[in-house]
Design a binder for this molecule. Structure first.
Ligand SMILES: NC(=O)c1ccc[n+]([C@@H]2O[C@H](COP(=O)([O-])OP(=O)(O)OC[C@H]3O[C@@H](n4cnc5c(N)ncnc54)[C@H](O)[C@@H]3O)[C@@H](O)[C@H]2O)c1
Length: 262
């Protein structure tokens, strides 16, 4: 069977939910899916930005202002989408927050790790990601099809001085959650994969990744000597949502300018 690129990467008409869709990588993924004809539902806790996106950037996109740390709320949103549309084809569990300072900064050192901040990062980046995966998997298992794509991080694949403890722990957790879910759901034709970005210029961490004084030392860590731009996540997101990934599950895709090659 030989397919054209258009057939291989087709997402037209698919019902796709993206969390953390109002900014950065989630917005880039949402734009990619919408530009290719998917029926997108944008989830984010930043209601104002979410509405701006659906008015100015992806006109007419359905929005759901929800905090993924609220597992009941995310489940209600997913159940509502399935009730209205009859199915859910792809879930991008992408919402996440920064863990703050890395271990080289005084605030990031082990003796200074604040356990309240630690808990917030785990509540969103780990439990929130799992609740999103769980809410989607319930329906996908029943319909015997679907794709789940979790945004992990290279910070969850190995130790790194730029990474905070909580962030490293939560992202490592989601990497293995993806593998666990891939195993359970494989025979239900539900594929579960992760994207592990390196450093991207997004709003993560309150704008630090847009600030040259903060990004210059990060660029020095990257073999390509630059940060990624949000649109550079588009290709792998389209791959994982499309027929091209029909035999891919339990995989972690690094998109990092070469960081993990070192
Ligand atoms: N930017 C990077 O360098 C980088 C690197 C590795 C991984 N990541 C991961 O990529 C994902 C997207 O981050 P980004 O870089 O685009 O950052 P971003 O801050 O630009 O976008 C994140 C979006 O998620 C939303 N969000 C945060 N917490 C939420 C919650 N509890 N419920 C619902 N929405 C929530 C925010 O409002 C924001 O719109 C995150 O999981 C992040 O950890 C980013």
């Amino acid at each position: 069977m030989s397919l054209t690129a258009e057939q291989l990467f087709a997402v037209k008409g698919l019902v796709i939910i993206i969390t953390g869709a109002a900014s950065g990588l989630g917005l880039a993924i949402s734009q990619t899916m919408a530009a290719n004809g998917a029926d997108v539902i944008l989830v984010d806790r930043n209601e104002k930005e979410l509405r701006r996106v659906s008015e100015e950037i992806i006109p007419g996109a359905e929005v759901a202002p929800v905090d993924v740390a609220d597992s009941d709320a995310i489940r209600r949103i997913v159940d509502g989408v399935v009730a209205r549309k009859g199915r859910l084809d792809v879930m991008f569990a992408n919402a996440g927050i920064s863990g703050g300072a890395g271990i080289r900064s005084p605030q990031g050192r082990i003796e200074n790790v604040d356990l309240a901040a630690w808990s917030e990062v785990l509540a969103i980046n780990q439990t929130g990601a799992f609740a999103t995966l769980q809410a989607a998997a319930r329906h996908m298992k029943a319909q015997r099809s679907g794709r789940i794509v979790v945004t992990a991080s290279v910070g969850g694949l190995r130790g790194a001085t730029a990474t905070a403890y909580a962030y490293a722990a939560a992202k490592a957790a989601v990497v293995n959650l993806v593998r666990q879910a891939a195993l359970e759901l494989a025979t239900f034709d539900v594929k579960v994969n992760a994207i592990a970005p390196g450093f991207f210029r997004t709003g993560l961490g309150g704008g630090r990744l847009l600030d040259e004084t903060h990004t210059a030392p990060l660029e020095a860590i990257v073999p390509m000597r630059r940060l990624g731009m949000p649109h550079e996540i588009a290709g792998v997101s389209l791959l994982l949502a499309s027929p091209a990934a029909s035999y891919i599950t339990g995989s972690i895709f690094t998109v990092d300018g070469g960081i993990t090659a070192a």
